[in-house]
Ligand binder design. Structure first.
Ligand SMILES: [Zn+2]
Length: 331
C-alpha cells in the first residue's frame, strides 16, 4: 500500500477509501485521448481492475494527445487497447488490467455487465454513446459521459435508474460527427483536464455517500470558463423512462467513419490470417502483422484486418466502393 501513501493522506479518500477503490472494476470504453489519460490516472490511483476496450490502432496523428502511446506503437500499428495495456502494466502491476480489441456494441459489452462496477465513456462518437446510454440503463451501471473537440469539453455523470440520461440532457443525439475531433481537431492540453475531472467524478461516485448526478459540466480551456448546469430527468424520456423507445441493435453493419476517409465492416467470421497472408504472398503484396491485426496496401486503399473479423478500409468513405474493393480482394 506504500505506493498509495500520498493518496491515503488525503482526508476525502483515506485508507478506507483507498481500500474501496481497490475493489472496483472499471470498464474504459475507448483508450484514445481521454481514455489514455483516464486509464493512466485510474491505474496510478489503484482502482482494482481496469478493462480497456478500443477498436482502433495507433496512428501518428494520435501521438499529439494520446499519452500512453509511442512512435514505435504507431510504426507497428499496435492496437490501442493492447498498447495501453502494455504501458499500464509497467505503471502498476498490483492491479488487474485486461484489454479487448473490439467495437463497443451491445454484443461486445453484455459479457461484462455483471462484472463491471462503473463505465467511463472515452469514445469519440455519439452512436456509441447512445448505445452506452441504453446499455447502462438496461444493466443499471453508473457511467460518466465525456466529449472534447477544439477547446471545449462536456462531462456528465449518469447513475441509472434515478438520474437524468444523455437524452434528458440533449434530446436527440447528434447523428453526424461534424463536431468531432477528427473534423475540427482538439487542443492536446484540454485532454488531461477533462480526464482528471472524469476520474474525480468516478472517485466521488464511489466514495461520497451523498454524491448526486444530474449535473452537466462544460469547460473551455482557452477562455478558462467552467460552467455547471442542473439537468432534469424527463418523465417521458426516450432514453431512460419507462417509455424508453430507443433500441440500439448490435452494430455490425457496415459504416463510414466520418472524417476519417474510412469504411468499417465485418467479415462473416473471425479472420484467418494464414489464408489472407497466403494470398498476399502470392500477389507479392507486403504486409505488417502484430498481435491484433494485419495491414496492407491494395490498389490505392489500405486494409486493416483485425483478428475478430473487423475490417477497416482506408481510402474511401463510400460504402458501395468499399464493398467493391472488399469483393475484389476477398473473392
Ligand atoms: Zn433520459
Amino acid at each position: 500500500m506504500e505506493r498509495y501513501d500520498r493518496q491515503m493522506r488525503v482526508t476525502t479518500i483515506g485508507k478506507t477509501g483507498q481500500a474501496k477503490l481497490l475493489t472496483k472494476t472499471i470498464l474504459i470504453i475507448g483508450v484514445g485521448a481521454i481514455g489514455s489519460y483516464a486509464a493512466e490516472i485510474c491505474a496510478r490511483m489503484g482502482f482494482g481492475k481496469l478493462i480497456l476496450m478500443d477498436r482502433d490502432y495507433v496512428e501518428w496523428s494520435n501521438l499529439q494527445r494520446q499519452s500512453l502511446f509511442t512512435e514505435q506503437d504507431a510504426r507497428e500499428k499496435q492496437a490501442k487497447a493492447y498498447a495501453a495495456y502494455k504501458a499500464l502494466q509497467l505503471i502498476n502491476s498490483d492491479i488487474t488490467i485486461e484489454y479487448i480489441v473490439d467495437d463497443a456494441n451491445m454484443e461486445s459489452l453484455i459479457p461484462f455487465a455483471e462484472e463491471v462496477d462503473y463505465l467511463l465513456d472515452c469514445t469519440d462518437n455519439f452512436a456509441t454513446r447512445e448505445m452506452l446510454n441504453q446499455f447502462s440503463f438496461k444493466y443499471q451501471l453508473p457511467w460518466i459521459f465525456t466529449s472534447c473537440a477544439g477547446n471545449y469539453a462536456n462531462i456528465m455523470p449518469i447513475i441509472p435508474p434515478y438520474s437524468a440520461c444523455l437524452h434528458c440532457l440533449m434530446g436527440d443525439l447528434p447523428q453526424t460527427n461534424t463536431a468531432s475531433c477528427d473534423v475540427i481537431g482538439v487542443d492536446g492540453a484540454l485532454i488531461p483536464i477533462v480526464a482528471g475531472m472524469q476520474v474525480s467524478l468516478l472517485t466521488q461516485m464511489i466514495l461520497k455517500p451523498d454524491f448526486s448526478a444530474n449535473t452537466y459540466y462544460q469547460l473551455d480551456n482557452w477562455q478558462f470558463i467552467f460552467r455547471s448546469f442542473q439537468v432534469k430527468k424527463r418523465s417521458n424520456c426516450a432514453g431512460c423512462s419507462s417509455k424508453a423507445t430507443i433500441e440500439k441493435p448490435f452494430s455490425k453493419q457496415t459504416i463510414a467513419l466520418c472524417g476519417r476517409d474510412t469504411v468499417q465492416f465485418h467479415l462473416s467470421q473471425k479472420s484467418n490470417f494464414d489464408i489472407i497472408k497466403h494470398r498476399l504472398l502470392a500477389e507479392k503484396i507486403t504486409y505488417l502483422e502484430n498481435p491484433a491485426l494485419l495491414s496492407f496496401d491494395y490498389l490505392h486503399y489500405q486494409f486493416i484486418i483485425f483478428k475478430n473479423g473487423r475490417v477497416l478500409l482506408h481510402g474511401t468513405e463510400n460504402i458501395l466502393e468499399a464493398k467493391k474493393i472488399y469483393q475484389l480482394f476477398f473473392n
